[in-house]
Write a protein that binds this ligand. Structure first.
Ligand code: BGC
Length: 757
């Protein structure tokens, strides 16, 4: 009785809170609407179009390229700007130009803050290997705190494009190949940037990109066509965008590619129907860089006026740099091709974003050089950057327990990336403070003074690549570099090499067909290995590389991606075992380019490969195994973990309101304390549409001391069994299911259950 009364009181209390929160929200919305109504009543068509115009100081494109951006800010024809540079004071001065415009509407001030502002964190692909949502959220929060103090209120991040093709240079900006993990990361980043309250001066409005399916560019060539079934779109590629929308992302950027034959920027189904109607997205949509103008090249518009009409009528609100909206839409309204209510709706959405950011009351969000200095590159920020770098590294090989190294060993540190600040960043960290980077050499020296360093090799001897980058390969120089490295190597106990690709070999417009380690780098490795000393290979890259050619010459391999400001400190801790590596791959490493696309959540096919290496009319290659070099979810530790059997709370369930508990014991069977990420995959072997062989549905991190065993449990509900059926309805079907739990997508233990509706 007493319990019942408590319950009733509690329920009443909660419903009062919910009612008052929603009343408050309604009230806020009403206030915002009244404010914007009043403002829009005063606005001319030109002024409205100005709000839809996004300028960049250095962009010289579009019909008004000759007029300076400062003039456009002053006269209101440019209502938003991105990539302003300079000190916080200088940025503020530029933003203040808008005060000259008739209505003095404040500006959205955007920037590509992709993996940190001044404190640079690992590239997103690297960071995703931490599988650590609070940490990922914290990196975005720090980026927002630093950038907002410097005059920015809008970031073009997170990039959540799923990709199964490491030839595509932009895989470095995303979180790999998995829709579930990608969705979790997308939501964490949105929360980190936007904080609890967008009006808070430390918040940035996030901009989800690139909507949509940009990561499926054919052949991994940037800006290329994408073409896929609706089922694959819904099941795989759209999931992270949807997760970010559900997390409340304020803005979305369209992608360069086409979707179902219509470029995303002009795709009504994508923007108006899917994003706005089906998903209920309330923010505004900005195009990517001159994407409206590119509609002409795509072949759906004859000129920039038609392009502008297609884009605005599809539901895009803001034109990045092409200035087609401001250039054409006045006439389009006169011609009756675009309605005034379409322009009004777009203008309203942009003004709403400014209102939600609090710009009408605090246009510069207290930009303040002192605050900027106080909150930027602080010890705490650097500690998070180090933590992020530690957790991003993935131990790929560790023959004979080569790692960790003893602190007193003599180390020959070899490679063009070993003592290089610039190369710890990426093409997407131009605002980072290079001077504050700890190089790998510096990091190691702090823990062990017995280290000497040599460059060892040029980056590449591939003439086509060199031709593109405008550099060349010098044979005599190479011999000299290798000899210097060998001299050091001979005097050492262990050789640590840092090889891979430069920061300008991945990122936008940096697709590659050969993603192996360059010949000259492998030749160096071979020479070093011939000394008989153990060789550790640290691979720095913006994508999974096909490193098979290097493996015979390395005893231990760590993928270090591009680790950012704290690279050297983090690498040193891992090398010496002060941190036991825990990263797990979020993108499959292929054996060769010929396997691409290779990903873990593939279909079974009618003729699945059975492991037989001869002509057997199965779905396999003659010259290569189907298996990747390293599967999704893979990553070693200095210790070893063993998994027991899966224990299910039930094996036959009926009804959708049940919970199935899967338990498993994990033991640390090695000598070091360490963290394991246990992964749960599900498979629906008989369904109305073909289903992947496995899909990640949950994961858990477990920290175990040597010899320790912990039981972990996962609760499975029908929500985990759902998929899009042929009518694109998200539902589950009765039947038998397989559940797998393990250390990566391949090494798993299996159990089965039947669940009927
Ligand atoms: C990229 C976007 C980026 C924009 C602004 C484009 O080329 O595709 O990701 O946000 O430029 O810099």
């Amino acid at each position: 009785m007493k319990r019942n009364i408590t319950l009733v009181v509690l329920t009443c209390f909660i419903s009062i809170i919910i009612t008052s929160v929603s009343a408050q929200k309604k009230d806020d919305k009403q206030k915002m609407n009244m404010f914007i109504d009043k403002l829009m009543n005063k606005m001319t068509l030109e002024e409205k179009l100005g709000q839809l115009n996004l300028l960049s100081p250095n962009a010289k494109t579009g019909p008004f390229a000759t007029k300076k951006y400062a003039e456009k800010l002053k006269d209101g024809s440019g209502g938003n700007i991105f990539s302003l540079s300079g000190s916080p004071d200088e940025v503020k001065l530029k933003l203040q130009l808008a005060e000259n415009s008739r209505l003095k509407i404040p500006l959205l001030s955007g920037l590509d803050i992709i993996h940190g502002y001044k404190t640079i964190f690992p590239i997103p692909l690297g960071l995703s290997c931490s599988w650590n949502m609070p940490l990922i959220q914290q990196t975005a929060r720090i980026a927002a705190i630093e950038a907002s103090a410097a005059g920015y209120n809008w970031t073009y991040s997170p990039m959540v494009d799923i990709s199964r093709d490491p030839r595509w240079g932009r895989v470095m900006e995303g979180s790999g190949e998995d829709p579930y993990l990608g969705g979790k990361i997308a939501a964490a980043m949105v929360k980190g940037y936007q904080g609890n309250d967008l009006t808070d001066e430390t918040s940035l409005m996030a901009c989800l990109k690139h909507f949509a399916m940009y990561g499926a560019a054919e052949a991994g060539r940037d800006y290329n066509t994408t073409d896929m079934s609706r089922l694959t779109m819904y099941q795989t590629y759209l999931a992270p965008y949807k997760a970010a929308v559900d997390a409340g992302v304020g803005s979305i950027m369209t992608s360069f590619n086409e979707v179902d034959g219509i470029p995303a920027t002009a795709n009504k189904w994508l923007i108006a129907d899917l994003l706005r109607k089906q998903w209920g997205f309330k923010g505004f949509v900005v195009t990517d860089f001159i994407a409206i103008q590119e509609l002409i090249n795509h072949g759906v518009a004859a000129d920039y006026k038609q392009a502008a009409e297609l884009a605005i009528n599809a539901g895009t609100d803001m034109d990045m740099v092409s200035e087609s909206f401001i250039g054409a839409l006045k006439q389009s309204v006169k011609d009756g091709n675009v309605t005034m209510s379409t322009i009004d709706a777009a203008c309203r959405r942009v003004l709403e974003a400014k209102y939600k950011l609090g710009l009408f009351t605090n246009p510069y969000r207290n930009v303040d050089p002192d605050r900027a200095a106080r909150v930027t590159l602080t010890i705490e920020n650097r500690m998070t950057a180090k933590d992020a770098a530690l957790q991003s590294m993935v131990l790929l090989e560790n023959k004979n327990n080569t790692l960790p190294l003893k602190k007193n060993v003599n180390i020959a540190l070899i490679g063009p990336f070993a003592d290089n600040k610039t190369e710890m960043f990426s093409m997407w960290s131009p605002t980072g403070d290079e001077g504050s980077v700890v190089t790998i050499y510096d990091g190691i020296k702090k823990l062990n003074a017995n280290v000497s360093c040599a460059i060892g090799t040029q980056i590449s001897d591939d003439s086509l690549l060199l031709n593109y980058t405008g550099s060349n390969f010098d044979l005599a120089e190479q011999k000299k570099l290798v000899n210097e490295a060998l001299e050091l190597a001979k005097k050492s106990d262990v050789i640590v090499t840092v090889l891979g690709e430069t920061k300008s070999m991945s990122g936008e417009a940096h697709s590659r067909t050969d993603i192996s380690l360059a010949n000259c780098q492998v030749e160096l490795l071979k020479a070093l290995k011939s000394t008989g000393k153990p060789v550790v290979l640290l691979v720095t890259s913006g994508r999974p590389l096909t490193i098979q050619n290097a493996l015979p010459y390395a005893d231990a391999v760590i993928e270090i991606w591009r680790l950012g400001t704290e690279a050297g400190n983090a690498v040193a801790d891992v090398l010496f075992g002060d941190y036991n590596p825990s990263g797990k791959l979020t993108m499959t490493f292929p054996r060769s380019v010929g396997q691409i696309p290779v990903y873990y959540n593939h279909k079974n096919t009618g003729r699945p490969y059975n492991g037989e290496r001869k002509r057997n009319f199965r779905s396999n290659y003659m010259d290569q195994s189907n298996d990747p070099l390293y599967p999704f979810g893979y990553g070693l530790s200095y210790t070893t973990f063993s998994y027991g059997n899966i224990v299910l709370s039930d094996t036959l369930l009926t009804g959708s309101n049940k919970i199935l508990r899967a338990k498993i014991n994990i033991s640390n069977t090695g000598k070091y304390a360490g963290e394991e990420t246990a992964q749960l995959y599900l498979n629906d072997p008989v369904a109305s549409v073909t289903r992947p062989v496995k899909e990640l549905k949950q994961f858990q991190k477990v920290f175990l001391q040597p010899g320790e065993t912990k039981e972990i449990s996962f609760d499975i509900t029908p929500e985990d069994l759902k998929f899009y059926n042929s009518k694109l309805v998200w539902d589950w079907e009765s039947g038998r299911f397989n559940v797998y739990i393990g250390t990566n997508s391949q090494d798993v233990t299996k159990a089965s259950f039947v669940w009927n509706k």
